[in-house]
Structures are given as structure tokens and as C-alpha cells.
Design a protein around this ligand. Structure first.
Ligand SMILES: *Cc1c(COP(=O)(O)O)cnc(C)c1O
Length: 401
């Protein structure tokens, strides 16, 4: 059973810190991490938290204390990770389409790097030769993930060097005797099928013999978490069993470390987004519930058509009725259409669940609205970990020429 904050805890946080409010539950992150550890118990495995899901420094610091590594998507995430206390050896920068300057900076910071283009590999070879170990991000041409917008390993994806270009990779690697120590794939997000990882491994196993200095195989992230009632829990134990079996039965892979980069799996369920109902509007088509937020704070429903459970924590015993939950910004920003909720009244608190991953992190100032505060419960106590923005924040960086 997943750890949950109670309605009382969420209500108290909303009263104390105001709404809209992102609330995270530290011990739930720990529980998720421990599920991973226990599933892969006995394997040489390292989990690099995909930091882009949620980069609040306090969350990073907490995950660092748990003992995980971190996978970064930009040089600034690398710097945040260092700031939060991760050692360079446990930081991985999986690049995509970045300028070579950032790779040089990552080298100067001594972190692990996955290169995703022949062009940057060539520049890397020219500059560092055999002097700095590096990983290669490959595109395995596997279709996986919840929908096309979050699929990253298929044959039209921009991510990684296509595996069919192995010959070209080998030419560059040989020319500069580049020290390739890791092969990486990441096929997408919301993956529920364990076999996706096995198909990925099989693609990599054919390639490993070309790189005698390899130390690890990185299978990326994307483990699905339950969003809807009735969604199955991703079977991490089954994945672990199958992956172990695959590694044990390949002599050339047996001694390699297995790396994963879970984002959602670690931080989705720990997060709650608490909003307040501004307006109820009856129409012929539906009853609209407008909350004091919008896709400026939680973009996933409009961006990915993703489903978030919503609860009326102010009236949990109220008669269920159908509503359309929308935001207050000047765009169509529907969180949910025709959703059954306990009777909603103006002023009620509505909570969006699974709001930890890609929630605050994707928020913006659209409509000149302010970003919410973030709060973390740890040891039963709620503390602010990011202040709510103020009007002055909208003026910062704007200058009179
Ligand atoms: C986004 C990303 C992840 C994490 O994906 P989740 O679905 O959040 O687990 C892992 N690795 C890479 C390279 C990514 O870009």
C-alpha cells in the first residue's frame, strides 16, 4: 500500500500556506526507492533519479540522502545536483541536442556524460581522445510509452544515435580511441510492459562486444505509475527478474552494472496539487468548476491528455455529481471533462493527485500569474521548500532600455 497524506494534512497545509499549493511527501519517495532496491536486490544496479521530473533542491537533497544517483537533462540540472550534494560520480548528464560547450562544462565538473549525436562524439574525440570515459545514448528503434509525445526510442525520434549507425560510431570511436564505458537507451515514459526493457537489452547485447571498456548498461526510465483508479502498479519485481535473467545469461554482460533513470516512479505519487474552487457555472453541456489555477501550473492534462485523479477534500462525503474541472486562465485549460466528484461548492479544496512529477517543474507565468509555493511533509511536519511568487517576481529581469 502506497503511503498517502490525509485530507486533514492537505487541508491544514492549504490553510497554513495558501493555495494553489504543491505538496510533497518525503517518505513516499523513500518508499518508492526502497521498492526499486528490493526488486533488484543482489544485482549490480544503480538508480539515477531523472531530476527533470522535480528539481526542488530539498527534494534533490532528500533523494541524495537515500543513496540514489541523479540523471540530468541540462547543465543547470547538473549544477543543481552538485548544489544538493550529489557527488560527481553519481551525476549523469544524458544530453540531447546540446552545444559542445555544455559537454566541456560537464567534463570540467567531472560528471558522467551520455553523448547522443555523431557530431558531438566527433568533437568529444578530438578534444578528449581516450582521456575521459563516456557513454553513448543510442536510439533502439523500439516503440514504447504511454503515447507518441512521450515516446523517445522509436525510429522517428530525435533522441540518441540510431543503432543502425553503429558502423559510423565505431569509425569515430576508433579514430580517437574514445573510451566508451556505458551504453544508454531510454524508450519513453509510462511504460507498463516489462518486455520493453528486455527488447532494449537485446538490442544492446549485440552491440556490447564492440566496446571492450564498457562498465555499465543504462536502460533509462519510464516506469509507469498508477494514475487512474484501477491502473495496475508497474510490476517492478517482474522487470527485475527478467532483467537479471537476461544479464546472467549473457556472458559479455554479466559483469556490467545495470543503470536505470526513474523519474515518475520516484516522485509522481508523492505529489499533491491543492487548488481552491473560484466559481461554479451551470451550462447546458456541463457544470464547470473553475479552480484558482490552470495549465500554467499543471500542464500535463492539456499537453499530454494525461489523466489526474481529482478529489474534493472539503466535502468527501458529498453526493457524487459530474463536473468539468477547468482553470482560470485565458485559454481552454480543461483538467477533466465530465468527472464525478463529491458535490463541489465554491471555496472547496480540490486536490490533483500524482502531481509530483512534471507538475511544478513544467509551470510557467502565463497570463502573468504567479507560480505556486511548494511544501514538503517529512516526519509528519510540513515545511515550505519554495516560496510562492510575488508580483515583484514578474518585474525582475525586465528592463527599460
Ligand atoms: C525523462 C527521462 C527519464 C525519466 O522518465 P520517467 O518517465 O519520468 O521515468 C529517464 N531518462 C531520460 C534520458 C529522460 O529523458
Amino acid at each position: 500500500m502506497s503511503l498517502q497524506l490525509t485530507n486533514e494534512q492537505l487541508t491544514a497545509a492549504a490553510r497554513e500556506f495558501g493555495t494553489p499549493l504543491y505538496v510533497y511527501h518525503a517518505e513516499q519517495i523513500k518508499q518508492q526507492y526502497e521498492k526499486l532496491l528490493s526488486a533488484f536486490n543482489g544485482s549490480k544496479v544503480v538508480f539515477f533519479y531523472a531530476g527533470k521530473a522535480l528539481t526542488n533542491l530539498n527534494v534533490l537533497h532528500y533523494i541524495n540522502k537515500l543513496g540514489a544517483g541523479i540523471d540530468c537533462s541540462s547543465i543547470n540540472e547538473v549544477k543543481l545536483a552538485l548544489h544538493a550534494g550529489f557527488t560527481p560520480q553519481r551525476i549523469l548528464y544524458t544530453s540531447n541536442g546540446i552545444s559542445f560547450d555544455e559537454i566541456e562544462e560537464a567534463v570540467s565538473l567531472n560528471v558522467n556524460i551520455n553523448i547522443d549525436s555523431l557530431s558531438n562524439l566527433e568533437k568529444f574525440g578530438q578534444k578528449y581522445g581516450h582521456g575521459y570515459p563516456v557513454g553513448l545514448r543510442l536510439r533502439p528503434n523500439i516503440m514504447a510509452g504511454g503515447n507518441i509525445k512521450i515516446s523517445t526510442g522509436h525510429d522517428k525520434s530525435k533522441f540518441g544515435i540510431p543503432v543502425e549507425q553503429l558502423d559510423k560510431i565505431l569509425v569515430v570511436v576508433k579514430k580517437y580511441s574514445i573510451k566508451v564505458t556505458d551504453l544508454h537507451i531510454h524508450t519513453g515514459s509510462d511504460i507498463k510492459d516489462a518486455d520493453v526493457f528486455i527488447r532494449g537489452i537485446e538490442v544492446l547485447f549485440d552491440i556490447i562486444p564492440h566496446f571492450p571498456e564498457m562498465k555499465s548498461v543504462d536502460l533509462g526510465g519510464g516506469f509507469k505509475v498508477p494514475y487512474k483508479d484501477g491502473d495496475e502498479e508497474f510490476d517492478i519485481d517482474l522487470v527485475a527478474k527478467k532483467v537479471k535473467h537476461a544479464f546472467d545469461s549473457h556472458p559479455q554482460a554479466r559483469n556490467l552494472e545495470i543503470w536505470f533513470e526513474p523519474g515518475k516512479f520516484l516522485v509522481s505519487e508523492c505529489g499533491y496539487f491543492v487548488t481552491e474552487v473560484n466559481v461554479l457555472k451551470e451550462t447546458a453541456a456541463t457544470t464547470f468548476v473553475s479552480v484558482n489555477s490552470g495549465f500554467n501550473h499543471l500542464i500535463r492534462p492539456m499537453f499530454y491528455d494525461s489523466y489526474h485523479r481529482i478529489g474534493n477534500i472539503s466535502n468527501p462525503g458529498g453526493t457524487e455529481k459530474n463536473y468539468s474541472i477547468v482553470g482560470n486562465i485565458c485559454e481552454t485549460d480543461t483538467f477533466a471533462w465530465d468527472r464525478s466528484l463529491n458535490e463541489v461548492r465554491e471555496g472547496d479544496l480540490l486536490v490533483f493527485y500524482n502531481a509530483g512529477a512534471y507538475g511544478f517543474e513544467m509551470s510557467s507565468n502565463f497570463n502573468s500569474r504567479l507560480k505556486p509555493a511548494e511544501v514538503m511533509f517529512e516526519g509528519g511536519k510540513a515545511r515550505v521548500i519554495r516560496k510562492r511568487e510575488a508580483f515583484e517576481d514578474l518585474l525582475r529581469h525586465q528592463v527599460h532600455p
